[in-house]
Design a protein around this ligand. Structure first.
Ligand code: ZN
Ligand code: ZN
Length: 288
């Protein structure tokens, strides 16, 4: 098992956690305002509330997100923060190539600092599954080989980038979360062409990646994306990177963030990107 512990006071000084879920997410358990004192104690410079937006009726979170309620959550957090850290607003939208127009309609008239694109659902004429939860993939993966499943996933990621809907891609290789149970360890080299194609497109379109630390506390026991993919992204000229804990309850706030920052430095990143009003507005130097 992974040995990463939740960080202690001061251990996230100068960092930004750009993937934080509040009770405005169907699976979030913490009011936005309740994150603030712990975040200040950890030393965070920025916190990004990126709540789930799910538009597919098969998704248990479908219809849950309420934009007005989300804005109230953020306003309450801002009152507590009183300028002690910067609060960013965001959506984590489940992308499906079949629902691009719905996503576009959802975004109309709503303001956030950045949009995370996630491929949580994959499907074909024979069925569908949610790659981020344990149940539906069991049957789906059993009926398909490894290459089919991974290729469906990369195709969806590619379409998400091409859609122009997103500033950042969340947990780039999330499919490995439960696919490793069906097919064995995830090795990026086996999908090098498809993954590199995805990375080229992301770089070309100016869509960034996050290091999502939740993988360390999940079956892969490594971040999303894998270190190899992060290294490829950097070698290919990728620059836009953020860090996120994907926290849904307080003990996971900033979980893995210091380790993610160290990985970013290891592969050559000097800073992470800062977003405001759907634009990259600057950089936050990685400590160390
Ligand atoms: Zn997600
Ligand atoms: Zn998330």
């Amino acid at each position: 098992m992974t040995t990463i512990q939740s960080p202690q006071a001061g251990q996230c000084r100068g960092l930004a956690d750009y993937h934080v879920h509040t009770i405005a997410s169907v699976d979030g358990r913490v009011a936005a305002a309740d994150y603030i004192e712990p975040a200040v104690g950890l030393g965070l410079t920025e916190i990004g509330f990126a709540d789930h937006v799910d538009l597919d009726p098969r998704d248990p979170g479908c219809g849950y997100f309420d934009y007005a309620r989300y804005r109230r959550e953020v306003a309450a957090a801002e009152a507590v923060a009183a300028g002690r850290l910067t609060i960013r607003t965001a959506f984590e939208i489940t992308y499906q190539s079949s629902r691009e127009e719905e996503i576009r309609r959802f975004l109309t008239g709503k303001e956030v600092d950045y949009c995370l694109g996630s491929a949580h659902l994959i499907e074909d004429t024979g069925g569908w599954c949610n790659v981020s939860e344990p149940e539906t993939p069991v049957v789906y993966y059993a009926a398909r080989d490894k290459r089919t499943v991974y290729s469906q996933y990369w195709a969806e990621i590619r379409a998400a980038i091409a859609s122009g809907l997103f500033d950042l891609l969340a947990h780039l290789d999330l499919v490995k979360r439960y696919a490793i149970r069906a097919y064995g360890p995830f090795r990026p080299d086996e999908f090098a062409d498809e993954i590199r194609d995805v990375l080229w497109l992301a770089i070309d379109k100016g869509v960034g990646l996050e290091i999502n630390a939740s993988g360390w506390r999940q079956p892969p026991e490594e971040p999303y994306p894998a270190l190899t993919i992060l290294r490829w992204y950097r070698e290919m000229g990728g620059e836009i990177l953020t860090l996120g804990s994907d926290v849904h309850w307080l003990p996971h706030l900033c979980y893995g963030l210091p380790e993610a920052a160290a990985l970013a430095r290891e592969v050559g990143f000097k800073a992470v990107a800062r977003f405001a009003q759907r634009r990259l507005v600057g950089w936050l130097d990685l400590p160390g």
